[in-house]
Write a protein that binds this ligand. Structure first.
Ligand code: SAM
Length: 345
């Protein structure tokens, strides 16, 4: 049953409203992308630690009351969480929610896309960093490109859209594939989203020189396909969007490292074990699950959400870019960040 929602939109200490929620539904993943979770095993969350669908739905509705209008499901790999369409169905009915989306590696998409669409999912992002099968295997350690492409096209056939393809661009690894990826998107009607490689977590061995900058990406793509800048969608989306002058669609580029967008970041994250995290580069989060399981009321949980957001001062990427530019030196390991696999991208 739909709930009546009144969004109140608290502002954080830098006057940023709360608008977007990323929910990690599991920390498990069927891939081992070297830039995300390079190790085979991790300190996985136990089943009892993970929020149930009812708990996620309850917290999501409280986030919507606090101002959230867009929710993205992520992970780990969200499609390895059993029964995910049921959660989609519950969230799709939240009054006040304008947008429900999902980020997936696509490996299980062929079998799940129809049920997800039927449950109310509107759009998806599929992560594909390379169109070369060998390279795909190398970066994901476990993935099969053909299976992912089958999932991608199966999702398209169900009518999910727009479908965006996330590609992390790593210098010396796939920076020679930008044109191929753009051509693939144009040919098949997918929006490419190129992402600068970031030092999320501490495990991926990131170094500044591995980041292929947004400016470099644009130069290469523009030399073949002239573009017109549209800007950040909705004013706060991480990607800057561009349209092809010839009308063949859109691409987006996320300059997380060289063009940080902390000033307009309206995102909060909920980990699979119920921690509210106010920044992708945070050291920890606020434990909503314990509060909830100890019997907190909706009003108490709502107040905790508003308080956490109200105290938010994060601007990690701005500060990193200042240090990188000033020559002051930036030591990625000095700051103990939550791993991406736990946090959800
Ligand atoms: N398993 C799902 C997937 O592969 O899309 C969802 C989780 S994944 C962590 C979400 C997004 O984060 C993916 O598009 C992935 O490429 C991106 N990502 C992971 N590590 C990254 C990094 N170090 N820099 C930039 N993007 C990263």
């Amino acid at each position: 049953m739909a709930r009546i929602i009144q969004a109140v939109s608290p502002l954080d200490t830098l006057h940023r409203p709360l608008r977007d929620l990323r929910i990690s539904v599991t920390d498990r993943c069927n891939f081992r992308c070297t830039y995300c979770i390079p190790f085979a095993e991790s300190n996985w969350m136990s089943r009892s630690e993970i929020l149930s669908f009812a708990e996620i739905e309850r917290l999501a509705s409280l986030f919507v009351q606090a101002g959230v209008s867009k929710i993205r499901l992520t992970g780990g790999e969200p499609l390895v969480r059993r029964g995910l369409p049921e959660l989609v169905r519950q969230l799709a009915h939240l009054e006040g929610l304008r947008d429900l989306s999902l980020t997936t590696n696509g490996a299980l998409l062929a079998e799940q896309a129809p049920a997800l669409k039927e449950a109310g999912l509107r759009r998806i992002n599929v992560s594909i960093d390379t169109l070369r099968p060998q390279r795909f295997r190398e970066i994901t350690q476990r993935g099969d490109l053909q299976v992912v492409l089958e999932g991608l096209f199966a999702a398209q056939r169900t009518g999910l859209g727009p479908i965006k393809i996330n590609a992390v661009v790593i210098r010396g690894f796939n920076d020679d594939e930008l044109i191929e990826l753009v051509e693939f998107g144009r040919l098949h009607g997918f929006e490419m989203r190129f992402i600068e490689y970031m030092d999320v977590g501490n495990a991926n061995g990131w170094a500044p020189e591995k980041t292929f900058s947004k400016r470099e990406m644009l130069e290469i793509i523009q030399s073949r396909f002239p573009l017109r800048e549209i800007g950040h969608s909705g004013g706060s989306a991480p990607a800057v969007d561009y349209e092809f002058i010839d009308g063949a669609g859109l691409i987006g580029i996320i300059g997380s490292v060289t063009e940080p967008f902390c000033g307009s970041c309206t995102r909060v994250r909920l980990t699979a074990d119920g921690k509210l995290v106010t920044c992708l580069f945070a050291e920890g989060g606020f434990d909503l699950k314990s509060m909830m399981r100890q019997g907190a009321s909706d009003a108490e949980l709502g107040k905790a959400i508003a308080t956490a957001w109200g105290g938010r001062a994060d601007r990690y990427s701005d500060l990193r870019w200042q240090r990188l530019q000033s020559g002051a030196g930036y030591e990625p390991q000095a700051h103990k960040k939550i791993e991406m696999i736990t946090l959800g991208g």
